[in-house]
Design a protein around this ligand. Structure first.
Ligand SMILES: [Zn+2]
Length: 57
């Protein structure tokens, strides 16, 4: 299922982490499309994304 969705990888505007140097990633589904954003462990955006994700079902 995950492979079929072919998530789009987005670059974090703050830490610019990639799948190579990122330590964590967050998933976001909007409009039927799934996107993945990588973050460094100390990126404040990572913490924000986790809070947002917790609020969504
Ligand atoms: Zn980040």
């Amino acid at each position: 299922m995950f492979d079929l969705l072919r998530p789009t990888t987005l670059l974090c505007s703050f830490c610019h982490a990639t799948a190579v140097d990122g330590t964590a990633r967050t998933l976001c589904g909007e409009g039927g499309r799934l996107s993945v954003t990588w973050h460094r462990g100390d990126c404040p955006h990572l913490a924000a994304d986790r809070i947002l994700a917790a609020d969504e079902k």
